[in-house]
Design a protein around this ligand. Structure first.
Ligand code: C2E
Ligand code: CA
Ligand code: CA
Length: 407
């Protein structure tokens, strides 16, 4: 794993000698250890065949093989390099090439208009290093690595647990709530990502059993926090499939009552795409939950295709803006408009705005500027098991506030 810019190897691709020298000097000043250069796409591919390169700077306009063709070849070769796309052309064009590269499966660190500035390059390289560290989170096992049978055993053996990630107010960094995130500690295969096993449960008819188990766990934790006098909110993810379950609302009300939990302190998160399928039954369930006093968040907003009108029909109280939108505003300044208009839309619909996946100070600054209400992400706190969460509430949170005051 790369832990500093000095560990990185970078390839600068640009047909202009002056630009190439300039970019190389920026890299050298930042301490990049292995530096290569190429004057066109063909030369760049030769360098890539012979060396392992972490980051490729690609100028779009080049004779012989231009940047767009080069991106395609890199994607076809399935190289493990990330790219920064540069051009003197207009920002929208550069951004659209970035989108194309991502669709081809490349990791795009950023897309920028030339000239490349030193601090932009530095932020991009630091972000690249941070992104490669994120894979220390629960591993995405291949689907065939865990089976539905193992999952049902895990449920029976109570191998599933919850981690909780803080949601903080931008005003004063107060702890508004925590989001419960499912974790499966497999006896031999380690931590399995919920992205894998939730889908497995959905495909094998186990999602209701899983949801019931996890919700009771979450309520037990909330009850014990309340006993310590801690009254932050609980956010819980609901599978789109659960929304079609006609008995869900009554069951949730009964559970809240049994565990002494106020519905007003619970938010159910449903993904934007859940609203596109069985819309009528989803809305019925959500409306009933609202009537009972629970809050509803639209999750992962910006990744799906819900439009403003669909959004306005959902009885939601909160809009969670997906990490991809949050992140792209910092690395692609022209995307900030999209983020800003999403925040505006949410505010017009009187929804609480939450930015998720906030990883850097840059991300956070943009969100502060836009007046987002709540933030969640590694920059503030990672998901934590309950003991760690309590320790963080006691000491970590005030440390975080002090750090921010000094910024
Ligand atoms: P989600 O609801 O969007 O949850 C946020 C995910 O982003 C979590 O991944 C969290 O660990 C991760 N995350 C938080 N901050 C950052 C950050 O700064 N950067 C990055 N890169 N990631 C960050 P996790 O825990 O792996 O969960 C993945 C998804 O699995 C969740 O996405 C949610 O859709 C689903 N999921 C998790 N727990 C449950 C559950 O109990 N029930 C259901 N139905 N789905 C769940
Ligand atoms: Ca969520
Ligand atoms: Ca989300």
């Amino acid at each position: 794993m790369k832990s500093a810019i000095s560990d990185l190897s970078v390839l600068v691709t640009d047909d202009s000698l002056t630009q190439r020298q300039y970019a190389k000097e920026l890299c050298q000043d930042l301490g990049v250890s292995s530096l290569y250069d190429a004057a066109n796409g063909v030369d760049a591919l030769e360098v890539l065949d012979a060396n392992s390169v972490d980051v490729i700077l690609i100028d779009l306009e080049m004779p012989i093989m231009d940047g767009v063709e080069l991106i395609r070849s890199i994607a076809q070769k399935k190289l493990n390099s990330s790219v920064i796309i540069l051009s003197a052309k207009d920002p929208i064009l550069i951004a659209s090439v970035g989108t194309m590269a991502e669709a081809d499966g490349l990791h795009v660190i950023g897309t920028f208009q030339k000239p490349l500035l030193a601090d932009v390059l530095q932020c991009s390289l630091l972000r690249f290093i941070q992104d490669s560290k994120v894979s220390a989170e629960p591993k995405k096992a291949n689907d065939n690595e865990v089976t539905a049978l193992e999952l049902s055993e895990a449920l029976a053996n109570r191998d599933l647990t919850l981690a909780f990630q803080p949601k903080l107010t931008t005003q004063g960094l107060l702890l508004r709530g925590v989001e419960a995130l499912a974790r499966w500690r497999h006896p031999t295969k380690g931590m399995i990502s919920p992205a894998v096993f939730i889908e497995l449960a959905e495909r094998h008819g186990m999602i209701d059993a899983l949801t019931h188990y996890l919700l009771e766990e979450a309520f037990k934790h909330k009850r014990s926090w309340q006993q310590y006098g801690l009254r932050f909110h609980l956010a819980f993810n609901l599978s789109p499939l659960s929304l079609a379950d006609a008995d869900l609302v009554d069951w949730l009300c009964k559970m809240a009552n049994d565990y002494g939990i106020a519905p007003a302190e619970v938010t159910f998160e449903v993904t934007e795409n859940a609203l596109l399928g069985e819309l009528a039954s989803a809305i019925r369930t959500l409306a009933r939950l609202r009537l009972k006093g629970f809050h509803i968040a639209i999750d992962d907003y910006g990744t799906g295709f819900a439009n403003a009108q669909q959004l306005s029909r959902v009885p939601a109280t909160e809009l969670k803006i997906d990490r991809s939108l949050v992140h792209s505003a910092a690395v692609r300044p022209q995307q900030k408009t999209i983020l800003a208009s999403t925040v505006d839309l949410a505010k017009n619909l009187k929804l609480t705005t939450v930015a998720e996946g906030v990883e850097t100070e840059e991300d956070y600054k943009i969100l502060l500027d836009l007046g987002v209400d709540l933030v969640q992400g590694y920059y503030f706190a990672k998901p934590m098991f309950p003991d760690d969460l309590l320790a963080w509430v006691k000491t970590g949170l005030s440390q975080l506030r002090k750090q921010q005051e000094h910024k």
